[in-house]
Design a protein around this ligand. Sequence first.
Ligand SMILES: Cc1cc2nc3c(=O)[nH]c(=O)nc-3n(C[C@H](O)[C@H](O)[C@H](O)COP(=O)(O)OP(=O)(O)OC[C@H]3O[C@@H](n4cnc5c(N)ncnc54)[C@H](O)[C@@H]3O)c2cc1C
Length: 300
Amino acid sequence: MILLKELEIKGELREKEPLSRHTSLLVGGEARYFLYAEGVDDIMKSLSFCEHDGIPYYIIGKGSNVLFLDEGFSGLVITTERLDIIEVNENVIRSQAGASLIEIIKRCKEASLSGLESLSGIPGTIGGAVIMNAGAYECEIGDLVLAVSILRKGDIIQLEDFHFGYRESTLKGEIILEVILMVNEGDRNEIEGRMEEVLEKRKINLPQLPKDTGTCGSVFKNPENKHAGFLIDRIGLKGRRVGGAMISMEHANYILTNKYAKSQDVVELIRRIRDAMEKKYGIILETEVVIVGKEKEIQI
Ligand SMILES: Cc1cc2nc3c(=O)[nH]c(=O)nc-3n(C[C@H](O)[C@H](O)[C@H](O)COP(=O)(O)OP(=O)(O)OC[C@H]3O[C@@H](n4cnc5c(N)ncnc54)[C@H](O)[C@@H]3O)c2cc1C
């Protein structure tokens, strides 16, 4: 029987890797295997091995919207973050899934290409952004996606037919290898100005994180026509703590973690917020952060 570590993989394969190192919440137990994929081939080989041997797998970008539990992940977690080539050709941007959204926006600015400025400051990869349909200030990445390459049953397929909703996409469940965005020609100074404006707004409206503080951004999706953060604040939950996790004093939809936090602390705070919201306003909050159990995504 061959083992995952015996496959000819270019990327770095680690065993018993703490997932707290790979998520912006800075919590999570160990992955049995963790792979920094160095090429599409690495993803293809390791996934076909996992599928053949019934080993669970999970793909992440930079882990800025994922909560792994303390029990960790029993199979293989792959990060795409080393697949980060970005090509700009006129107004079309072709990026590997692990390219950072912030870097793509910078490259657009340098090429005087407009469309992504409102997303300035959102951490993570383009693959993660497309799956989550990341958005800010009236703009969502989905509006600009022309095509994606995905890996399905061992084949690379280009898709142009998909749909996006509020922090969701019909591409969920697919493995994204490459994203093609279409943006517009613009004026470099104006683009730069809009980016600075957005970054300034984020600085004012979102918590500034002290060193060693984790977060995943907004924990809950906004209920229709309402702001989750505003409602959580009205219930009086700002500053509430469980272990090393705390509801931010600056933005009630942010949970902040310190270096002693466990995933369970975050889970407990999520449950308390949800229960209080249902009791007070009859609203069932849905998490935006993706929660991953020992073998797959779960709801808590
Ligand atoms: C400080 C902070 C601020 C934030 N602000 C915003 C904001 O303003 N707006 C917003 O929308 N979000 C925001 N977020 C959330 C997060 O940054 C985005 O959702 C981001 O796009 C996720 O990218 P990622 O690479 O980190 O994805 P990950 O967290 O690694 O993954 C997210 C999901 O995408 C899947 N995924 C990732 N890559 C792939 C791939 N190649 N193929 C298939 N599935 C994949 C994962 O399986 C997971 O389900 C913020 C987060 C933080 C920490």
